[in-house]
Design a protein. Structure first.
Length: 255
């Protein structure tokens, strides 16, 4: 299967997995236009759409794609705010598409019904997990977000993270502020800056790299606990407290 990242809007990615027969699994098409253009240029046809959550920049192109391609399966979480789904899925379910078995993981936090999908090679995390960051808590709670991130962190480390936005460079600035002595993080920042200078995507990236570099996946480490405690001006009480403090810190962070 060939993986393609289709840029959309200012910084979104729509992901496509294309098989040798020219059929594609499309993830989070917030805009139909990049999908239609890539399908025409690269000679493939959407077969299945996977949706991680209800935000319009992830689902806004679905209706137009359904109008263009009859019988298109649209797999989504059980959320009435996603009106075009042909199948609703939840934690532990599996999607069979183009010979792949795709596992569904419930990851509330950014939204209450957010899900992620992973194959044997790829993790499509939507806005739950970004490279060097995570999504804002628009609807979830710190315990929910921590549980979701821990669930993703427990997946096989060779998986390639395919998230919904190109945020790596800006996330790296905050991550280095929190964890300045992390050599792997410094290398990842340099790599990401070089990629963006060459107008290349910083994604996908291995989950193994994120486990070394992403402060939101390292809330159990002494370095992150100490940094959050210093920022809050008090000792943190537990890992939920660390994550809540870290997320609040990031929300207000300005370079």
């Amino acid at each position: 299967m060939r993986l393609t990242a289709l840029p959309a809007f200012a910084d979104n990615y729509i992901w496509a997995l294309v098989d040798s027969a020219g059929r594609a699994i499309v993830v989070d098409p917030g805009d139909a236009a990049p999908v239609l253009a890539a399908a025409a240029q690269q000679n493939w046809v959407p077969h299945t759409i996977l949706l991680t959550h209800h935000h319009d920049d992830h689902i806004g192109g679905v209706a137009a794609l359904q109008a263009r391609y009859a019988g298109l399966e649209v797999v989504a979480p059980d959320d009435p705010r996603i009106p075009h789904a042909t199948r609703r899925v939840a934690e532990g379910e599996h999607v069979q598409a183009l010979g792949l078995e795709i596992d569904v993981v419930s990851v509330p936090g950014h939204t209450r019904s957010h899900i992620a999908f992973h194959t044997a090679e790829h993790l499509f995390s939507g806005d739950s997990l970004f490279s060097l960051g995570c999504g804002r808590m628009f609807e979830g709670t710190p315990p929910q977000l921590l549980a979701s991130l821990q669930k993703l962190a427990s997946l096989p480390p060779h998986l390639l993270l395919c998230c919904g936005h190109e945020y790596t460079v800006s996330n790296a600035v905050f991550a280095r502020h929190v964890d300045p002595a992390n050599a792997a993080l410094a290398r990842r920042q340099e790599e990401a800056l070089a990629m963006r200078r060459d107008e290349r995507s910083t994604l996908p990236v291995s989950l193994a790299s994120e486990l070394e570099c992403n402060p939101f996946l390292r809330t159990d480490t002494p370095e992150i606990r100490a940094a959050v405690s210093a920022h809050l001006g008090r000792p943190v009480t537990d890992e939920v407290d660390v994550l809540a403090g870290l997320r609040g810190w990031k929300d207000g962070f300005r370079t």
